[in-house]
Design a binder for this molecule. Sequence first.
Ligand code: PHE
Length: 386
Amino acid sequence: MANGVPPSTRRSFLAGAAGALAASALATGCRKHRDAITLGLYAALTGSMADFGTASRNGVTLAAEEINAAGGLLGKPLYIAIEDTRGDSAEAASAVTRLIHIEGAVGILGEVASSLSLAGGRICQRYRVPMVSPSSTNPAVTALGDCVFRVCFIDPFQGDVMARFARHTLNFSRVAIFKEQGSAYAVGLADAFRRAFTRLGGTIPTEQAYRSGDTHFSAQLGTILAQNPEGIFCPGYYTEAALIAREARGQGFRGRFMGGDGWSSPSLVQNDDNQLVGDFYSVGFAPDGATTEVARRFARNFQAKFHYAPNDLAALAYDATLAMAQAITRAGAAVPERIRAELARTRNLDGATGLISLNEHRDAVKSAVILEVHENSADYRTTVNP
Ligand code: PHE
């Protein structure tokens, strides 16, 4: 297997009408899908962020199947080549390189975690292949250059949303921050929250950090609990968030936890031992808050195909695929530079997550949804408009 990637971590599929073509292409070892238009998805399908990759892949798969059922793009089937990043930046960069040079992808979908989109986006920018991140919210991602787009909101907005919620809805004046150090997303979101919360008259009595993969947090939590905060804002990802909640409750914390979209995973409520029940985090979409016809149809079709309700990641990945597909159609040719130019003109795309227009920074300006954690699910609480 090219680049020493074990076969079990490589995933490829061809949706709908084009299935037979994929089977023959794989059987002959030929990975240039000449009769199809190829898009590449890079996602964490294994490792501590594997839920992100699974949700994204399912959203992209549904979109590709619908596109192929409706006749494909420019008279050709749409083929999605998929590479596992394992949640690692170096792996993300080589995944994108393989998608472009081995699979022949004319556009790239991914990643979820901002640090990985920064690694993959640099490759896209270097080879001038357009990339749409469904869900990376750190501002630096699209600032990489004119080839990098996103269909989600950015963290200055998300931090503001959670700061307002903490200050005005929960009436908190003292909130500690406990962030993942070394994560572009977590560090940026912590900054945004701190700025907004202090501007609203709140104080941040202490700001502590952990590392990805940590399983013990008692030293930092001890420092935080000594300040007796009403809440702890915890920007990072779901695996550590569930562990932090369990340990903090064990150490006697009775206040509220708050997080951002990095908590979004079915594993959060499975692994938190109910210690996050009554706590809150922000996301870009919730099926139980879906109001538009497209959003409801997406949620229905996703449920029918995968037998569980889609989360924000699945919906955003679906929308990223639609944005790329519509750009290809408008470009009239599967040529990266022309697709890039059309992506920049994305306006009022009627997606699963709402109407998407990309601004001059190649970012979407969208509403956020706040979810409340219950015993076995996280459910819609409120929508906050930009
Ligand atoms: N916004 C996160 C990041 O930039 C990724 C994420 C989005 C994770 C949505 C879960 C849900 O790293």
